[in-house]
Each structure stands twice: as structure tokens, then as C-alpha cells.
Design a protein around this ligand. Structure first.
Ligand SMILES: [Zn+2]
Length: 849
């Protein structure tokens, strides 16, 4: 049986497991289609549990034998696990099962990738390895013996012993089964050491396939920086003798924080200047940090159940954002995070997939590794930190680590440490974890006799299952400027708790210009009709970098929306303000690049939807084109000054400074291409000695349709590098003219190098199609049909990736009736497939409502 009938699990049904696991011994006898897993587990009755049912999870396992205290038993086995009568005292459970890693294409549990064995157990993959209480609140110490003919045999913890064809590992730290990992293969390592703050030397390794060892140095530096940063900023020291990272080609996610043995999608760790872009380097640095930080926020303190996923993910995303802000540019990081939040989380929160940061029910937990749990979860922590202040936050975290080390916790535990440290009542704040939807914040102003009054009103529209919403606690950071651009009131945090609330500023000499929601201090939609003059003024003068960017973004968005809705011309005041900013060499090039890049088509569709209009993808695309053409013409004289060529004389480095200049150069090249039909892009492509320059040039050539030679040349140069080939596949679809994007995706899916079993390659083509807004939403529905066809095929192989990619359809209800009907038909066609996975069934039925 492939899947059990979908069952809904509820947060409110939580009960502790009836038994404590005192100790786990596992032996793996590796063989591609017949791996034997022998388990010996010491159980004892759990004094805290009333329910003493002995049920072990297990899926797709072939049970060979089972024993209790050395005597054979015959458990009742179903497709989801087994149950068995057990003694009312401590006992030893032993089982032998057989599994087939080679045919495991779902990439959950133990599977094979290019001849190596690896595991992915979060969230519920361990039950595909052996029978076990596969739930995060069951924590135990593991000893693992691996037998196989592979030169490298790895598991969690510290190495205990090894010999020819076997190795033993012992992890002294109790952990849940989702953090279990095993890797075996013909691997080579890039090694280093790190001395912790207490003087312990830790061996560090990045394990890769032979040939990739030259792409590990950057990841290793990122790891060491992360280890140091977590000591300095959070006081967290590493706790094993060894830390291993393994790169795997076939992987559903970015990376996994298994204790002492992180497993990474190779795209999230391998890097070299020739094959990786600046953006790749930054992402790798952030993911390595993220997984490392989980050692404390996730591993040492884990989640009681999967409803608490945001406890480890929201906090760890918040921590990795802090890390990137510290070692790169804080304003640029904040702006990038907000762009990402609006692009991924807002559509989720405003559509049929909307759910609270802590969901209250699910059928398949894999479907809740979402932007809401991760990114909104991190925003919630950012708000908490603003409300209690930096010192309060630091003290609360100290208490959290001291109080809960070694435990499986809940959001209640998390909030309690803040209440205990600061004396605050966080009852209302807790709504951020239970109430779904994006709050909308409107504001009116009044000025009389030196007193300026801001009156805010908040309202959260209904979301699935939640019609009535209560007011949230909103930290609103505000600064006030005078007409000269001087800050007359520096950034002040207003704490809004009611549906409508006023705040007064007294003693002002004149009516101020407000800079609201500085640093995007709360994840809301700010509905404010500010005059264009005011926006232009803030674009020129705001002392808060985020809000300065936001003013430019708002002007650009308003202009584009007027172009779409009323056929207006591009706003000259915006273009003039932007030009002034671009000329200012005091400003960080990365910041200027963000100003120049403008809102995406999807963001405009989102903005139109928020304004109560029906977005027309063709009109949005046309408006973006007109705006870019107009910018190219009006900035014509400025472009040579902003171009990258000749700006950097030092050797390539993926640091913030150089990559900012290349980002500005890429945005400039995009405009230049509209003036010279790709001449500068071709020149850059031919001369490029790093992937950032090569790829940005190739993107422009594809966009302008002058790509035949360059696409082939790029293929000839890189066809042996699978990560670079993912870029080649993705860019041809992502940068394509909307009329050809679908056909190109279809053609590339029959390219000999297309491999649907590899999630990176599948996402390269079809993720790029979904991101090509006007291309995917082609009027005749060809984009919807093609994606649906491929998702149906993929579901039989890899439900997890299929279900996640289904979210391309999540905004279907906001488009015109014709497109809606076509998207709905595509979703219904997926839903009607026999044997559709539990993952995809849940996603599609939620979207169809
Ligand atoms: Zn994580």
C-alpha cells in the first residue's frame, strides 16, 4: 500500500508517548535493494503518560523478526506501524527490517544519490528506516554501527571505532529520530579545525564527491564564522569533537541540521567563483549558518510536536538573518528579507493555503515547511525583540537555553521565558502564533498647535477557518522629519494593541513628515495614501534606509499600477528621484541596485489584488517593459557611470562590497541592453571570468532574444557541471519572453540532461516557469497544463517536491474568470489522479477549498 488514507492530526490531541526510550543501538548492513536494519532499543514506561499503547511508526518496511527481552514476538503490523503487548516494566525491543534505498525516489528515509547512501528524516522519514516512536518529543542517545564496502561511513555524534568495512558512531546528546543521519559512499573531504571558546578543538569536514573538493573552501569559512558568531552573540558553544557536512545532489530541501552530520543539497554548499554567483555565495553562507545554529535552536532544544515547527525554524531563520546582517549590510539584508516575505509569504497568507505560524491541524506535515512558518515565524521573533528590547531579548534567550536544554518544547515555553524575564503579559502577543492572515494597517494624521497625532486602525481579512480576527500587538517604528529633512523625532517604537489607537507627538515647530513602519517593524500591509510629493521627499531624505527604499518602491509600484489600470505614462517624479539617488556615490551600490530593480510582476499582481483589482499578467508585463524602456532612455547618460566594467580591480571576491557593485552593474546592464540590443551584454559574456558576470550577461541576451550563440557556448563550457547546468536550464525559461516560456520549458524537459528524479533540475525548469509570471499565466492556459502534467508525473516519484510546487497555483482565485477556470481545471485534473500522494492530495484540496 502506497499511502494510508489521509488522516488529520490536531494540536489539541497531543499526548506524551507511553514509553521513554533510554537507549538506541542500530546496525546497518548496507545493500542497494536489501539493506538490513537491526535495532535494539531499551524502553521503560513513561511515568508522565497515561496512555500506555505500544505503537511504533513504520512505513514501507519489511519486518524480518521482532523480539522483546530476547523472546520472539508477533506484532500487529499495518501500513503505518506496528503494535504489540509489552511488559509493565523496562524492556529491550529488538527488530530486524529490510529496506530498499535504491528504489526510494521520494528522498525520505534512507536513499541513494549517485551511488552514495544518505538519509533525510525530518519530519517523518525515520519510520521508513526502522520501527520507532518517530515523534520529536521522544529523545534518546544513539549508537550506530554501519557495515558496507564504502570508504566513508558516517553517522551522528563522535566516531567510536572503525575497521575494514565497518564504523561505529556514538551520539552522547539525546535527540529525536528526525535528527538521525547516516551517509556512506566514496567521498573526499575538505577538512579544517575550530577551537571553541572553552579551548576544545573540533574537527571540521565537508564531504563531497571526488572532483568537487575545490568547491568547499568558502563553505568551510562560513562554518567557522558561524561557530564564532554563535559563541559571541548567543554564547553557544559547539558540543561534539567533530562536525561533518555532506553534499548530496538529490535532495528535496536546502539542507538538514542532523546532529553533528549536516546533509546539504550540493547547491547549498559547493561554490567557486567560476561556477557560483554572488547570490549563490550569500545563500550558501546563510544556509550553513542556519543549519549550524540549529545545533542549539532545534537540536539541543527541540520541538514537542510538529505543530511547534516555528519554534526551531522561526528562531533559526531570525538568527541567520542577524548573522548575515552582522557580516554584510544590515539595511540590504532587511530589504531583501522583506522582498522575499512579500513575494512568498504574503500570497500564501492571503490565499487558500493561509495558516497560522503555529498550525492547529495537518494531514501531511511536509506541507507546512512554508514561508509562514519560517519567514513569518522569524518576523514574529523580530517583533518580540523590538518590544522587549535587545537586553530583554538577550536575557530571555539565556533563560531559554538554561531552562530547556535537552527538552522538547512548545511556543508556550518560549513565550514564558520572555514573560519571566521582562514581567510582560504576552497573552495578546501570542495571537501572532494562532491567527493567520496579513494584518492591514491604515493611518490618519492630524496636526494642531505643535501636536501631531497619528491614528492607526488595524484589520485582518478573513482566512480559511478564521472569519473573526482580534487585534494584534503591532510594534510600529516611527520617525518624524521636518521640511529640511532633519529628524525632529528619532525612531520611536509605538506599541499598538487595539483595533484603533492614536499616538501624540508634542512640541513640534511645524507639521512633520512621518516615516512609518521603519525597518518594516511589523509584517503588515500599510494602507496609506501619502502624497507623491511626500514619497519623493522621503526617497530623497528619509534617514531610515529601509523606508528610503520603501518610498522608491511605493512610487514605482504606484506608477506601474497606474500604467496597468489607466494606461498612464511612467511617473516622471519617480524617475527624477531615482536618478538623483543613483548619482549619489555615497550610497551603497547594493542599495542602489535594489532601488533600480523595481517590483516584480508577481509583486504587482499582489499589489493589484490587495487594491481589490484583478491582475492582468499581460498588462503587467507590458507596463514593466515600458517602464524599463523609459528608464533606459532617461538614464542613458548615467549608465556608463553605473556600469560594472573597470570598477573592481582586485581579484574576484564574493564579499558584500564587490557583489554590491556587480549587482548594480547587472541592473545597469539590463537597461543598457534595451539601448544596444545586447551588444554590451555579449561583450560581458565573452569576457566574463566569473559566474556572476557570465550569468547576468546570458540572462540579458536571453531576454532580448539574442541568445542562440551564448546559450550554446554556455552549454559547451559547462555541460559537465550539474549545478551550473541547473542555472542553464532555469535561466532559459525564467528570462524568456512570456510567449515562448512554456514552449521552452517543454522543449527543455525533453533535453537529454533533464532528469526529473533530481529535484534541483526539476525545479530549475518548472520552478522557473512558475516564476515567469506572464509566461506561466499565458492566456491559453498552456503554462498551467504543462506544469500539471509534470506534477502528476513527479508525484508518483517524489510527493514532497510535487506538493510544494503545487503552490504555483495558490493564487488562482485572484485572476480573471477565464484563467481561473483553466487553473481550477488543472488542479482538478491533479486531484483526480488515482493513487495521488497524501502530500499532494492535501495541498490540492486546500487550494480548491
Ligand atoms: Zn531550519
Amino acid at each position: 500500500m502506497k499511502d494510508a488514507a489521509p488522516q488529520t492530526v490536531y494540536l489539541s490531541d497531543y499526548t506524551p508517548f507511553g514509553y521513554v526510550v533510554e537507549d538506541v543501538h542500530l546496525t546497518f548492513q548496507l545493500a542497494p535493494t536489501s539493506t538490513r536494519v537491526l535495532s535494539r532499543i531499551r524502553f521503560a514506561p513513561n511515568p508522565d503518560a497515561t496512555d500506555k499503547v505500544f505503537f511504533l511508526h513504520g512505513e514501507e518496511l519489511n519486518l524480518i523478526s521482532a523480539m522483546i527481552d530476547g523472546k520472539p514476538v508477533e506484532p500487529v503490523v499495518t501500513s503505518v506501524g506496528l503494535s504489540c503487548p509489552v511488559p509493565e516494566k523496562p524492556f529491550v525491543w529488538e527488530a530486524e527490517v529490510e529496506i530498499s534505498p535504491e528504489t526510494n525516489t521520494a528522498l525520505e528515509g534512507l536513499y541513494m544519490s549517485n551511488g552514495m547512501y544518505c538519509t533525510q528524516c525530518e519530519a517523518e522519514g525515520f519510520r521508513k528506516i526502522t520501527y520507532y516512536p518517530d515523534r520529536p518529543d521522544v529523545m534518546s542517545v544513539f549508537t550506530v554501527r554501519i557495515e558496507g564496502p564504502h570508504p566513508v561511513l558516517l553517522s551522528n555524534g563522535n566516531p567510536r571505532d572503525s575497521g575494514d568495512g565497518w564504523a561505529e558512531w556514538r551520539d552522547p546528546w539525546p535527540k529525536p529520530s528526525y535528527l538521525f543521519a547516516l551517509v556512506a559512499g566514496d567521498l573526499v573531504n575538505h577538512s579544517d579545525t575550530f577551537t571553541t571558546c572553552s579551548g576544545t578543538e573540533v574537527a571540521l569536514n565537508i564531504w563531497v564527491r571526488p572532483g568537487d573538493e575545490g568547491k568547499c573552501a568558502f563553505g568551510m569559512e562560513a562554518l567557522k564564522k558561524s561557530m564564532r558568531w554563535d559563541e559571541e552573540v548567543y554564547g553557544r558553544e559547539y558540543d561534539l569533537d567533530i562536525f561533518n557536512i555532506v553534499a548530496v545532489d538529490d535532495f528535496n530541501m536546502g539542507a538538514m541540521e542532523n546532529k553533528g552530520l549536516n546533509v546539504f543539497n550540493s547547491s547549498a554548499v559547493l561554490a567557486s567563483p567560476e561556477t557560483s554567483t554572488d547570490a549563490n555565495f550569500e545563500r550558501i553562507e546563510a544556509i550553513i549558518a542556519h543549519e549550524y545554529f540549529h545545533n542549539w535552536t532545534g537540536n539541543r532544544i527541540t520541538c514537542r510536536d510538529w505543530f511547534q515547527l516555528c519554534l526551531k525554524e522561526g528562531l533559526t531563520v531570525f538568527r541567520d538573518s542577524q548573522f548575515t546582517s552582522d557580516i554584510r549590510s544590515a539595511p540590504v539584508k532587511r530589504i531583501s528579507d522583506v522582498i522575499d516575505l512579500r513575494a512568498r509569504q504574503f500570497p500564501e497568507d492571503q490565499g487558500p493555503l493561509s495558516h497560522p505560524v503555529r498550525p492547529e491541524s495537518f494531514q501531511e506535515i511536509n506541507n507546512f515547511y512554508t514561508a509562514t512558518v519560517y519567514e513569518k515565524g522569524a518576523e514574529v521573533i523580530g517583533m518580540l525583540k523590538r518590544l522587549v528590547g535587545d537586553e530583554g531579548y538577550a536575557e530571555a534567550l539565556e533563560l531559554y537555553f538554561a531552562r530547556h536544554d535537552g527538552e522538547a518544547c512548545t511556543i508556550e515555553d518560549w513565550l514564558k521565558v520572555f514573560e519571566d524575564v521582562t514581567g510582560r503579559d504576552l497573552t495578546q502577543f501570542k495571537r501572532w502564533y494562532s491567527q493567520s492572515g496579513t494584518p492591514r494597517l491604515s493611518v490618519t494624521e492630524d496636526y494642531a498647535d505643535g501636536t501631531y497625532t497619528l491614528t492607526f486602525a488595524q484589520h485582518t481579512p478573513p482566512t480559511p477557518g478564521q472569519d473573526e480576527k482580534l487585534p494584534q500587538v503591532l510594534p510600529i517604528a516611527v520617525g518624524l522629519l521636518n521640511a529640511n529633512g532633519d529628524e525632529v523625532v528619532k525612531t520611536t517604537l509605538l506599541e499598538m494593541t487595539q483595533a484603533e489607537q492614536s499616538f501624540e507627538f508634542t512640541g513640534l515647530a511645524s507639521r512633520p513628515i512621518p516615516s512609518l513602519l521603519r525597518g518594516f517593524s511589523a509584517p503588515v500591509v500599510l494602507d496609506r495614501v501619502a502624497s507623491k510629493e511626500e514619497q519623493v521627499f522621503l526617497l530623497a531624505h528619509d534617514t531610515d534606509a529601509f523606508n528610503r527604499w520603501e518610498s522608491g518602491r511605493t512610487l514605482a509600484r504606484n506608477s506601474l499600477i497606474a500604467m496597468v489600470r489607466d494606461g498612464a505614462a511612467p511617473d516622471q517624479a519617480y524617475l527624477d528621484g531615482l536618478a538623483a539617488l543613483l548619482r549619489d556615490d555615497e550610497l551603497d551600490p547594493a542599495f542602489r541596485a535594489l532601488m533600480l530593480s523595481g517590483p516584480s510582476q508577481a509583486e504587482l499582481a499582489q499589489a493589484l489584488h490587495e487594491a481589490g483589482a484583478t491582475p492582468d499578467p499581460d498588462a503587467i508585463w507590458q507596463a514593466k517593459e515600458t517602464m524599463a524602456d523609459t528608464m533606459a532612455q532617461s538614464f542613458r547618460d548615467l549608465l556608463p557611470k553605473l556600469a560594472y566594467e573597470g570598477k573592481v580591480t582586485e581579484p574576484y571576491a564574493p564579499d558584500a562590497e564587490q557583489s554590491g557593485m556587480r549587482a548594480l552593474g547587472a541592473a545597469t546592464l539590463a537597461l543598457q541592453t534595451r539601448l544596444d540590443a545586447g551588444a554590451a551584454a555579449q561583450k560581458q559574456f565573452d569576457k566574463a571570468d566569473n559566474m556572476t558576470l557570465q550569468l547576468s550577461a546570458l540572462g540579458q541576451l536571453i531576454q532580448v532574444g539574442k541568445d542562440t550563440g551564448a546559450v550554446q557556448a554556455f552549454y559547451d563550457q559547462w555541460h559537465n557541471d550539474r549545478l551550473v547546468m541547473d542555472k542553464w536550464f532555469g535561466l532559459q525559461v525564467g528570462a524568456a519572453h512570456p510567449e515562448v516560456a512554456v514552449d521552452r520549458a517543454a522543449a527543455l524537459s525533453s533535453h537529454p540532461a533533464f532528469d526529473m528524479k533530481n529535484p534541483n533540475r526539476f525545479r530549475a525548469v518548472f520552478g522557473a516557469l512558475a516564476m515567469n509570471h506572464a509566461g506561466f499565466h499565458r492566456r491559453d492556459g498552456a503554462g498551467y497544463d504543462l506544469l500539471a502534467d509534470w506534477l502528476i508525473r513527479l508525484d508518483a516519484m517524489n510527493p514532497q517536491t510535487t506538493a510544494r510546487m503545487c503552490s504555483a497555483f495558490q493564487t488562482w482565485k485572484r485572476y480573471d474568470a477565464d484563467r481561473q477556470a483553466k487553473m481550477k481545471a488543472a488542479l482538478e485534473r491533479i486531484a483526480a489522479q488515482p493513487d495521488l500522494s497524501r502530500d499532494t492530495t492535501e495541498m490540492v484540496s486546500r487550494m480548491l477549498g
